[in-house]
Design a binder for this molecule. Sequence first.
Ligand code: KIV
Length: 305
Amino acid sequence: MSKHSSSAVSRVTVQTLRAMAARGERIVMTTAYDATFARMLEEGGADVLLVGDSLGNVVQGLDTTLPVTLDEMIYHARAVSRGARRAHLVGDMPFMSYQVSAERALENAGRFVAQGNVHAVKLEGGVEMAETIRRIVAVGIPVMGHVGLTPQSVHAMGGFKVQGRDEDDAERVFADAKAVAEAGAYAIVLEGTPAPLAARIRKQLPIPTIGIGAGPDCDGQVLVCYDLLGLSAERVPKFVKCYESFYARGVAAMRGYAAEVKNGSFPDAAHSFGLSAAAPGVASASLAPAAESGGGVEAKSGETH
Ligand code: KIV
């Protein structure tokens, strides 16, 4: 095999996403922070996996995404890239990794792609980020924009608030989205914007729009995977739909395990190893049934699975 050949699975690319939007096929995007989740979410139909700085909230237990570092993002991105074979992978540029200067942004975007194995980077901001987006795109790194409610500006917004509700603010959000598209972004996240405003942006912009709390009229939707899976212990925002309740199911599963450890019913013979015949004199009454019943793995193989 040449180093350029790949397996049968074809990767979702920037071009795939453009084509999907052009034919009206909705883009399915969610976040991922590790290899196991990446595999599971991709198998479930994710076209795009965002290694989001929301990992600060759901993985690190922070109140905001502001303390998340580029090194941490790269660590998680590498893990995600090992689990995903088909999805388009986007790395979320963390706070202060792109705001200081276009040069710094370019350097950090390059690090993200080279070391984190992502196919594109996402950054928050509109008009003020246009030049930075232009510079990154110019060296061949696709950029996904993010306007409306931009969590890295939580303090400037006075909280996590819907943006663009009144006419003037709607014009500001629209101008931001337009500037991002004109700077060369290949897609844009619209977060926390009224549905009619998102619909207008989708209609007037030539790039795919991905909504989160932005109503149904976008080219795709994104949700934080912990939210859609019901993995958060806390109340989720209005725009989130939980398709499972994994937090409650995890607690129930753990209770089952804890109870069986406490009462001694786990591990039973089926989950224990027997002795090999070559270990005379150390037969244990409690392990012997596993070998006899075939429930254990032969010790001589040295394998545990
Ligand atoms: O970090 C993140 O998860 C995001 C999505 C909410 C779009 O930016």
